[in-house]
Design a protein around this ligand. Sequence first.
Ligand code: PMP
Length: 351
Amino acid sequence: MSKFWSPAVRELTPYVPGEQPRERLIKLNTNENPYPPAPGVEAALRDFPADHLRRYPDPQSNALREALAEELGVTAEQVFVGNGSDEVLALAFQAFFRQARPLEMPSISYSFYPVYCRLYGIERRTHPLDAQWRVDLDAFGQDVGGVIFANPNAPTGHGHGREAIAGLLERVTDSVVLVDEAYVDFGGESAVPLVERFPNLLVTGTFSKSRSLAGLRLGYAVGSRELVEGLERIKDSFNSYPVDSLASALGIASLADREHFEASREAVITTRERTRDRLETLGFQVLPSQTNFVLVSHPDFDAAQLFVGLRERGVLVRHFNTEVLRDHLRISIGTDDEMDSLIEALESLCR
Ligand code: PMP
Protein backbone atom coordinates (compact mmCIF):
# COMPACT_ATOMS: atom_id res chain seq x y z
CA MET A 1 0.00 0.00 0.00
CA SER A 2 1.41 3.41 -0.94
CA LYS A 3 0.34 6.82 0.28
CA PHE A 4 0.75 8.06 -3.29
CA TRP A 5 -2.08 5.84 -4.55
CA SER A 6 -5.48 7.47 -4.98
CA PRO A 7 -8.30 5.91 -2.89
CA ALA A 8 -9.73 3.94 -5.82
CA VAL A 9 -6.32 2.34 -6.41
CA ARG A 10 -5.86 1.47 -2.74
CA GLU A 11 -9.08 -0.55 -2.81
CA LEU A 12 -8.43 -2.18 -6.14
CA THR A 13 -7.89 -5.89 -6.53
CA PRO A 14 -6.60 -6.14 -10.09
CA TYR A 15 -7.78 -8.93 -12.36
CA VAL A 16 -5.17 -11.68 -12.53
CA PRO A 17 -5.26 -13.41 -15.91
CA GLY A 18 -4.40 -17.08 -16.30
CA GLU A 19 -0.71 -17.89 -16.08
CA GLN A 20 1.51 -17.76 -19.21
CA PRO A 21 4.04 -20.38 -18.12
CA ARG A 22 7.66 -20.33 -19.27
CA GLU A 23 8.02 -24.08 -19.22
CA ARG A 24 6.38 -26.20 -21.90
CA LEU A 25 2.97 -27.15 -20.61
CA ILE A 26 -0.20 -28.12 -22.43
CA LYS A 27 -1.89 -24.81 -21.97
CA LEU A 28 -5.64 -25.07 -21.46
CA ASN A 29 -6.05 -22.17 -19.03
CA THR A 30 -6.79 -18.95 -20.92
CA ASN A 31 -9.20 -19.96 -23.70
CA GLU A 32 -6.74 -19.32 -26.48
CA ASN A 33 -7.25 -20.98 -29.85
CA PRO A 34 -4.98 -24.01 -30.36
CA TYR A 35 -4.81 -23.44 -34.12
CA PRO A 36 -2.70 -20.79 -35.88
CA PRO A 37 -4.27 -17.66 -37.35
CA ALA A 38 -5.26 -17.65 -41.04
CA PRO A 39 -2.28 -18.12 -43.42
CA GLY A 40 -3.01 -14.66 -44.84
CA VAL A 41 -2.14 -13.19 -41.43
CA GLU A 42 1.34 -14.66 -41.61
CA ALA A 43 1.76 -13.37 -45.17
CA ALA A 44 0.57 -9.88 -44.13
CA LEU A 45 3.01 -9.94 -41.21
CA ARG A 46 5.89 -10.86 -43.52
CA ASP A 47 4.93 -8.22 -46.08
CA PHE A 48 4.29 -5.38 -43.64
CA PRO A 49 6.80 -2.62 -44.49
CA ALA A 50 8.68 -1.63 -41.31
CA ASP A 51 8.88 1.86 -42.75
CA HIS A 52 5.11 2.23 -42.22
CA LEU A 53 5.78 2.25 -38.48
CA ARG A 54 7.35 5.69 -38.87
CA ARG A 55 3.88 7.10 -39.36
CA TYR A 56 1.01 7.32 -36.90
CA PRO A 57 -1.85 4.96 -37.72
CA ASP A 58 -5.11 6.12 -39.29
CA PRO A 59 -6.91 7.84 -36.38
CA GLN A 60 -10.23 6.43 -37.62
CA SER A 61 -8.99 2.89 -38.37
CA ASN A 62 -11.22 3.15 -41.42
CA ALA A 63 -9.92 0.14 -43.36
CA LEU A 64 -10.31 -2.21 -40.38
CA ARG A 65 -13.71 -0.82 -39.42
CA GLU A 66 -14.92 -1.20 -43.01
CA ALA A 67 -13.72 -4.82 -43.15
CA LEU A 68 -15.42 -5.58 -39.83
CA ALA A 69 -18.61 -3.81 -40.89
CA GLU A 70 -18.81 -5.96 -43.98
CA GLU A 71 -18.28 -9.11 -41.93
CA LEU A 72 -20.92 -8.12 -39.37
CA GLY A 73 -23.54 -6.69 -41.74
CA VAL A 74 -23.48 -3.15 -40.34
CA THR A 75 -21.95 0.17 -41.46
CA ALA A 76 -18.40 1.24 -40.55
CA GLU A 77 -19.91 4.11 -38.49
CA GLN A 78 -21.46 1.48 -36.20
CA VAL A 79 -18.10 -0.15 -35.46
CA PHE A 80 -15.54 0.83 -32.86
CA VAL A 81 -12.13 -0.90 -32.53
CA GLY A 82 -9.66 -1.10 -29.67
CA ASN A 83 -6.73 -2.98 -28.15
CA GLY A 84 -8.51 -6.17 -27.24
CA SER A 85 -12.11 -6.25 -26.07
CA ASP A 86 -10.81 -5.62 -22.53
CA GLU A 87 -9.96 -2.09 -23.61
CA VAL A 88 -13.25 -1.66 -25.44
CA LEU A 89 -15.07 -2.82 -22.28
CA ALA A 90 -13.10 -0.37 -20.12
CA LEU A 91 -14.10 2.49 -22.42
CA ALA A 92 -17.73 1.35 -22.41
CA PHE A 93 -17.80 1.28 -18.60
CA GLN A 94 -16.53 4.85 -18.55
CA ALA A 95 -18.78 6.08 -21.34
CA PHE A 96 -22.08 4.45 -20.28
CA PHE A 97 -22.11 2.92 -16.82
CA ARG A 98 -21.05 5.78 -14.51
CA GLN A 99 -24.67 6.47 -13.65
CA ALA A 100 -26.69 7.23 -10.52
CA ARG A 101 -28.32 3.80 -10.74
CA PRO A 102 -26.39 0.53 -10.39
CA LEU A 103 -25.04 -1.60 -13.20
CA GLU A 104 -26.59 -5.08 -13.31
CA MET A 105 -24.59 -8.21 -14.06
CA PRO A 106 -24.75 -11.95 -13.35
CA SER A 107 -23.16 -13.10 -10.09
CA ILE A 108 -20.87 -15.37 -12.13
CA SER A 109 -19.50 -13.81 -15.28
CA TYR A 110 -16.26 -12.35 -16.62
CA SER A 111 -14.31 -11.32 -13.53
CA PHE A 112 -13.06 -8.14 -15.14
CA TYR A 113 -16.50 -6.50 -14.81
CA PRO A 114 -16.29 -6.03 -11.00
CA VAL A 115 -12.72 -4.76 -11.38
CA TYR A 116 -13.88 -2.03 -13.77
CA CYS A 117 -16.75 -1.16 -11.41
CA ARG A 118 -14.32 -0.56 -8.56
CA LEU A 119 -11.91 1.32 -10.80
CA TYR A 120 -14.56 3.67 -12.15
CA GLY A 121 -16.62 3.94 -8.95
CA ILE A 122 -19.67 2.17 -10.43
CA GLU A 123 -22.17 0.56 -8.09
CA ARG A 124 -23.18 -2.92 -9.19
CA ARG A 125 -26.10 -5.23 -8.54
CA THR A 126 -25.61 -8.93 -9.22
CA HIS A 127 -28.20 -11.60 -10.02
CA PRO A 128 -27.59 -15.29 -9.32
CA LEU A 129 -27.56 -17.71 -12.23
CA ASP A 130 -30.62 -19.96 -12.60
CA ALA A 131 -30.70 -23.62 -11.50
CA GLN A 132 -28.93 -24.73 -14.71
CA TRP A 133 -26.25 -22.06 -14.27
CA ARG A 134 -27.62 -19.92 -17.08
CA VAL A 135 -27.77 -16.12 -16.93
CA ASP A 136 -31.26 -15.36 -15.59
CA LEU A 137 -32.30 -12.64 -18.02
CA ASP A 138 -35.75 -12.27 -16.41
CA ALA A 139 -34.10 -10.96 -13.23
CA PHE A 140 -32.52 -8.03 -15.07
CA GLY A 141 -33.84 -4.60 -15.86
CA GLN A 142 -35.24 -3.14 -12.63
CA ASP A 143 -34.31 0.52 -12.35
CA VAL A 144 -30.82 0.10 -13.79
CA GLY A 145 -27.94 2.29 -14.91
CA GLY A 146 -26.94 -0.43 -17.38
CA VAL A 147 -26.72 -4.17 -17.92
CA ILE A 148 -23.68 -6.26 -18.84
CA PHE A 149 -23.22 -9.97 -19.37
CA ALA A 150 -21.16 -12.27 -21.51
CA ASN A 151 -23.16 -14.29 -24.05
CA PRO A 152 -22.24 -17.13 -24.09
CA ASN A 153 -21.33 -16.55 -20.49
CA ALA A 154 -17.88 -17.16 -19.02
CA PRO A 155 -16.80 -19.32 -17.31
CA THR A 156 -20.08 -21.24 -17.51
CA GLY A 157 -20.44 -21.60 -21.30
CA HIS A 158 -24.20 -21.20 -21.81
CA GLY A 159 -25.50 -18.71 -24.36
CA HIS A 160 -28.99 -17.23 -24.80
CA GLY A 161 -30.55 -16.90 -28.25
CA ARG A 162 -31.17 -13.55 -29.93
CA GLU A 163 -34.87 -13.49 -29.12
CA ALA A 164 -34.21 -13.81 -25.37
CA ILE A 165 -31.90 -10.81 -25.59
CA ALA A 166 -34.48 -8.89 -27.61
CA GLY A 167 -36.93 -9.61 -24.77
CA LEU A 168 -34.56 -7.96 -22.28
CA LEU A 169 -34.10 -4.99 -24.61
CA GLU A 170 -37.88 -4.52 -24.85
CA ARG A 171 -37.80 -3.87 -21.09
CA VAL A 172 -34.52 -1.96 -20.67
CA THR A 173 -34.78 1.06 -22.89
CA ASP A 174 -33.19 3.93 -21.01
CA SER A 175 -29.72 2.56 -20.29
CA VAL A 176 -27.09 0.61 -22.19
CA VAL A 177 -27.22 -3.18 -22.46
CA LEU A 178 -23.75 -4.52 -23.24
CA VAL A 179 -23.53 -8.07 -24.58
CA ASP A 180 -19.95 -9.37 -24.52
CA GLU A 181 -19.63 -11.88 -27.36
CA ALA A 182 -16.01 -12.94 -26.85
CA TYR A 183 -17.02 -16.61 -27.35
CA VAL A 184 -20.03 -16.36 -29.67
CA ASP A 185 -18.35 -17.98 -32.68
CA PHE A 186 -18.19 -21.39 -30.99
CA GLY A 187 -21.91 -22.07 -31.22
CA GLY A 188 -23.66 -19.01 -29.78
CA GLU A 189 -26.11 -16.70 -31.55
CA SER A 190 -24.92 -13.15 -32.09
CA ALA A 191 -27.06 -10.19 -31.01
CA VAL A 192 -25.45 -7.95 -33.66
CA PRO A 193 -28.55 -7.99 -35.95
CA LEU A 194 -30.49 -6.39 -33.07
CA VAL A 195 -28.43 -3.18 -33.07
CA GLU A 196 -30.67 -1.73 -35.82
CA ARG A 197 -33.73 -2.16 -33.59
CA PHE A 198 -32.27 -1.14 -30.21
CA PRO A 199 -30.15 2.03 -30.03
CA ASN A 200 -29.06 1.12 -26.47
CA LEU A 201 -27.52 -2.26 -27.43
CA LEU A 202 -23.73 -2.51 -27.56
CA VAL A 203 -22.15 -5.81 -28.63
CA THR A 204 -18.43 -6.41 -28.09
CA GLY A 205 -16.28 -8.98 -29.85
CA THR A 206 -12.67 -10.04 -30.10
CA PHE A 207 -10.05 -11.44 -32.47
CA SER A 208 -8.48 -13.32 -29.52
CA LYS A 209 -10.55 -16.51 -29.56
CA SER A 210 -12.08 -17.65 -32.86
CA ARG A 211 -9.46 -15.75 -34.89
CA SER A 212 -6.44 -17.03 -32.94
CA LEU A 213 -5.02 -13.53 -32.40
CA ALA A 214 -4.94 -13.07 -28.62
CA GLY A 215 -1.37 -11.76 -28.79
CA LEU A 216 -2.34 -9.01 -31.22
CA ARG A 217 -4.88 -7.33 -28.87
CA LEU A 218 -7.72 -6.53 -31.22
CA GLY A 219 -11.32 -6.12 -30.11
CA TYR A 220 -14.38 -4.21 -31.25
CA ALA A 221 -17.84 -2.97 -30.39
CA VAL A 222 -20.91 -2.69 -32.59
CA GLY A 223 -23.88 -0.48 -31.83
CA SER A 224 -25.88 2.56 -32.83
CA ARG A 225 -23.98 5.62 -34.02
CA GLU A 226 -24.94 7.24 -30.71
CA LEU A 227 -23.13 4.58 -28.66
CA VAL A 228 -20.10 4.38 -30.94
CA GLU A 229 -19.75 8.14 -30.67
CA GLY A 230 -19.80 7.84 -26.87
CA LEU A 231 -16.88 5.41 -27.05
CA GLU A 232 -15.01 7.67 -29.48
CA ARG A 233 -15.35 10.60 -27.08
CA ILE A 234 -13.68 8.67 -24.26
CA LYS A 235 -11.09 7.14 -26.55
CA ASP A 236 -10.05 10.42 -28.14
CA SER A 237 -9.50 11.96 -24.73
CA PHE A 238 -7.23 9.09 -23.80
CA ASN A 239 -5.31 8.01 -26.90
CA SER A 240 -6.80 9.09 -30.16
CA TYR A 241 -5.34 6.16 -32.13
CA PRO A 242 -7.69 3.20 -31.77
CA VAL A 243 -5.28 0.42 -32.78
CA ASP A 244 -1.77 0.28 -34.21
CA SER A 245 -1.16 -0.04 -37.94
CA LEU A 246 0.25 -3.57 -37.77
CA ALA A 247 -2.72 -4.88 -35.75
CA SER A 248 -5.02 -3.23 -38.25
CA ALA A 249 -3.33 -4.87 -41.25
CA LEU A 250 -3.30 -8.31 -39.63
CA GLY A 251 -6.91 -8.00 -38.50
CA ILE A 252 -7.97 -7.23 -42.07
CA ALA A 253 -5.99 -10.25 -43.32
CA SER A 254 -7.78 -12.46 -40.79
CA LEU A 255 -11.21 -11.22 -41.85
CA ALA A 256 -10.35 -11.96 -45.49
CA ASP A 257 -10.06 -15.72 -44.87
CA ARG A 258 -13.52 -17.05 -44.08
CA GLU A 259 -12.60 -20.63 -44.91
CA HIS A 260 -9.85 -20.82 -42.31
CA PHE A 261 -12.08 -19.17 -39.71
CA GLU A 262 -14.87 -21.70 -40.28
CA ALA A 263 -12.51 -24.67 -40.27
CA SER A 264 -10.80 -23.65 -37.04
CA ARG A 265 -13.97 -22.94 -35.12
CA GLU A 266 -15.58 -26.17 -36.32
CA ALA A 267 -12.51 -28.13 -35.22
CA VAL A 268 -12.76 -26.57 -31.75
CA ILE A 269 -16.48 -27.39 -31.50
CA THR A 270 -15.94 -31.02 -32.59
CA THR A 271 -13.11 -31.48 -30.08
CA ARG A 272 -15.19 -29.85 -27.36
CA GLU A 273 -18.04 -32.33 -27.79
CA ARG A 274 -15.65 -35.26 -27.94
CA THR A 275 -13.90 -34.03 -24.77
CA ARG A 276 -17.23 -33.62 -23.00
CA ASP A 277 -18.14 -37.26 -23.66
CA ARG A 278 -14.80 -38.47 -22.40
CA LEU A 279 -14.95 -36.31 -19.27
CA GLU A 280 -18.44 -37.60 -18.54
CA THR A 281 -17.18 -41.16 -18.88
CA LEU A 282 -14.65 -40.30 -16.13
CA GLY A 283 -17.51 -39.18 -13.89
CA PHE A 284 -17.19 -35.41 -14.41
CA GLN A 285 -20.19 -33.15 -14.56
CA VAL A 286 -19.75 -30.96 -17.62
CA LEU A 287 -21.88 -27.87 -18.17
CA PRO A 288 -23.20 -27.56 -21.75
CA SER A 289 -20.92 -25.14 -23.60
CA GLN A 290 -21.23 -22.89 -26.64
CA THR A 291 -17.67 -21.67 -26.16
CA ASN A 292 -14.08 -22.92 -26.52
CA PHE A 293 -13.96 -24.14 -22.92
CA VAL A 294 -15.89 -26.40 -20.56
CA LEU A 295 -16.60 -25.89 -16.86
CA VAL A 296 -16.42 -29.19 -15.02
CA SER A 297 -16.64 -30.63 -11.53
CA HIS A 298 -16.25 -34.14 -10.11
CA PRO A 299 -18.37 -35.43 -7.23
CA ASP A 300 -15.46 -37.47 -5.80
CA PHE A 301 -12.38 -35.35 -6.43
CA ASP A 302 -11.33 -31.96 -5.16
CA ALA A 303 -10.88 -29.44 -8.01
CA ALA A 304 -7.87 -27.71 -6.40
CA GLN A 305 -6.08 -31.04 -6.05
CA LEU A 306 -6.93 -32.02 -9.61
CA PHE A 307 -5.51 -28.67 -10.75
CA VAL A 308 -2.21 -29.41 -8.98
CA GLY A 309 -2.12 -33.03 -10.20
CA LEU A 310 -2.72 -31.93 -13.79
CA ARG A 311 0.02 -29.34 -13.58
CA GLU A 312 2.46 -31.96 -12.31
CA ARG A 313 1.53 -34.00 -15.37
CA GLY A 314 2.20 -31.04 -17.68
CA VAL A 315 -1.37 -29.84 -18.22
CA LEU A 316 -2.41 -26.35 -17.15
CA VAL A 317 -6.12 -25.62 -16.64
CA ARG A 318 -7.91 -22.86 -14.70
CA HIS A 319 -9.07 -23.10 -11.11
CA PHE A 320 -10.88 -20.07 -9.67
CA ASN A 321 -10.47 -19.89 -5.94
CA THR A 322 -13.83 -18.24 -5.28
CA GLU A 323 -16.64 -19.57 -3.13
CA VAL A 324 -18.96 -20.46 -6.02
CA LEU A 325 -16.35 -21.81 -8.41
CA ARG A 326 -14.00 -23.57 -6.00
CA ASP A 327 -15.37 -27.02 -6.96
CA HIS A 328 -14.90 -26.44 -10.67
CA LEU A 329 -12.17 -26.43 -13.27
CA ARG A 330 -12.38 -24.48 -16.49
CA ILE A 331 -10.69 -26.32 -19.31
CA SER A 332 -9.98 -24.59 -22.63
CA ILE A 333 -10.37 -26.70 -25.75
CA GLY A 334 -7.01 -27.49 -27.35
CA THR A 335 -6.10 -29.78 -30.24
CA ASP A 336 -7.24 -33.40 -30.18
CA ASP A 337 -3.73 -34.45 -29.12
CA GLU A 338 -3.73 -31.97 -26.24
CA MET A 339 -7.12 -33.18 -25.08
CA ASP A 340 -5.88 -36.79 -25.28
CA SER A 341 -3.08 -35.81 -22.87
CA LEU A 342 -5.59 -34.11 -20.57
CA ILE A 343 -7.81 -37.19 -20.47
CA GLU A 344 -4.81 -39.46 -19.90
CA ALA A 345 -3.68 -37.29 -16.96
CA LEU A 346 -7.20 -37.25 -15.51
CA GLU A 347 -7.47 -41.02 -15.88
CA SER A 348 -4.40 -41.41 -13.68
CA LEU A 349 -5.74 -38.86 -11.14
CA CYS A 350 -9.34 -40.08 -10.91
CA ARG A 351 -8.97 -43.68 -9.97
N1 PMP B 1 -14.76 -11.00 -22.44
C1 PMP B 1 -14.69 -12.23 -21.92
C2 PMP B 1 -15.93 -12.88 -21.44
C3 PMP B 1 -13.45 -12.89 -21.85
O1 PMP B 1 -13.36 -14.11 -21.32
C4 PMP B 1 -12.30 -12.25 -22.35
C5 PMP B 1 -10.95 -12.95 -22.36
N2 PMP B 1 -10.35 -13.13 -21.15
C6 PMP B 1 -12.43 -10.95 -22.84
C7 PMP B 1 -13.67 -10.36 -22.89
C8 PMP B 1 -11.24 -10.14 -23.29
O2 PMP B 1 -10.67 -10.60 -24.43
P1 PMP B 1 -9.63 -9.74 -25.26
O3 PMP B 1 -9.24 -8.54 -24.42
O4 PMP B 1 -8.50 -10.65 -25.52
O5 PMP B 1 -10.36 -9.32 -26.49
